[in-house]
Design a protein around this ligand. Sequence first.
Ligand code: MSP
Length: 669
Amino acid sequence: MVKHTGENYYISTAIAYASGKPHIGNTYEIVLADSIARFRRMQGYQVYFQTGTDEHGQKIENKAEEKGCTPQQYVDDVASEIHRIWDLMNTSYDKFIRTTDAYHVRQVQKIFKKFYEQGDIYKGHYEGWYCTPCESFWTDSQLVDGKCPDCGRPVTRAKEEAYFFRMSKYAPRLIEYINEHPEFIQPVSRKNEMMNNFLLPGLQDLCVSRTSFKWGIPVDFDDKHVVYVWLDALTNYITGLGYDADGNSSEQYKKFWPADLHLVGKDIIRFHTIYWPIFLMALGEPLPKQVFGHPWLIQADGKMSKSKGNVIYADDLVNLFGVDAVRYFVLHEMPFENDGVISWELMVERLNSDLANTLGNLVNRTISMSNKYFGGIVEDKNVNDPVDDQLKSVVTETAGKVEEKMKGLHVADSITEIFALFKRCNKYIDETMPWALAKDETKKDRLATVLYNLAESITIGASLLEPYMPETTERILKQLNTGKRDYADADKFGLYKSGTKVTEEPEILFARQDLKDVMEKVEEIRKGQKATSGEAAQSGTAGEGADAAGEEKPEIHVEPKAEITYDDFAKMQFAVGEVLECREVPKSKKLLVSQIKFGDQTRQIVSGIKKWYKPEEMVGKKVMCLINLKPAKLAGLESQGMILAAEDSEGNVTLMTPEKDMPSGSGIS
Ligand code: MSP
């Protein structure tokens, strides 16, 4: 394999909001980043891996007040908890930055001043709707049903003197950059979302200071203001490396900037692909090479809530299954683009089948048989069979396949490739039947060769597994009494030293577990959580990154309307329509206009669903509509009916569609 010795690689995670203990969803991101960082190190890169905590903002100020401590004490506690969990998960970050670090604070002040002096920031007034959890201002037209368009929570009216950043000045350059660098925003679907929903309709200037609370970095030339939390947080990616706004940046900065990869959740991709690049352009610094918006880890039994006692924390999982099993679950269960689902049943299933059976048994059998038949000595006697070639080709091709998948950040698929190697080894045992060979003295050398081939294959597989399950790699290689295979040689077969003596007592890598026992322990954890659910809140509802997995939401209150008679109801004509065409309404942030077929007629319907549906997704859908509503003009277009949709308390919207396919025009009653 080709090594990249001497090349640099900078990877970062989002910095976690220091508002509470991170749950398994937040933890997933650092483990994902760690697997990529470790993989690059294995390839020979000199890696710089940065993570940390985002510690300012009104939400934290409020939480500290509730708890009766200073915001600094509050974030000190939470940051150390986050630190502890990142370490527990065996993540190999090089730097843990905190936005309360003195160096960071000083640089943010300098950056703000620089923007002001060069005319990118100006002072004005902001009057609008403010969403406290998101720390964001919205205009009337941006609200969705009177609520925050990002998190769906209520907003309050606010007027503030504020500083603004001239986003629009840089927008054309950013559009050009994104078009010229198709790899910049990944996955590609996110790129289209950013372009179509934000950049192309026109960027508004961004409010970058606040006066309504104190817990932030003061604007040093106007200390009534604190710096907007996202301007503060995003700059961590350069201040952590030693960037200096006065031009005295560190060698480290010169070596590693621009970052190769900012790994962030799908919810905060906008900040990283629009605001952050624009701030960098204003600083005259190069842009990161790639921003990857990963999907979310969702829990199978609904949203996590402390009062339900179903929040999954990494440390509870580690106590039950061990660090590497947890790393395996989260990395293996996460698809590239769609959210991944985690459940106790699935974890137990993976533990028993993939980890205990496929991997654990393979290592155990190989070592036990080597001890039983050869006193632990593994020797290549070169008595070959065509079946060996099949094994060898799978084993030697694995590194290349893993590299290919990792290049596109398809981490789950890389792990699948490595487990395909282990599965092939198990098949090889079934094919060669060492226990049968052992019965025939003349086949002794063949038996030795088979066990050698297995030891060599496991060495390669275990070495490739290191980025994902580092402890397991170490434990396997220790039992095989060998070192990690250099990546350059991961596609060569036969380097395991013939004559090596393996351990006498193979250890159980992963003990099988019974779902019933696990669920009993889970019940205990749940009771503990419920008992403390009134205590410190959990994290995840951070910045604009409201966290569906971590949020505790009350049941929706259904507000009763005045009773109607059947005759009232019968006046309304509902029908199934098929969307033939759909496009965005020019200059509207919310509206799509669709041509919808109802049997032998077609109607034009304008609806406020642009935030949830792309025009191309609409085409071909069968939707339920009210068709005898008096036509009305919306954004200058006539709307001849209404598409029905459900909306939850957070403002999430989903279209009503027939449960089974029905012809367009079918009536609904
Ligand atoms: N503080 C901001 C990031 C600032 S970066 C300059 C923030 N913090 S957060 O704590 O809310 O989220 C940290 C990361 O965890 C984000 O990338 C977010 O998308 C991710 N996740 C939060 N919940 C998650 C899941 N359920 N699953 C996967 N990732 C999740 O946003």
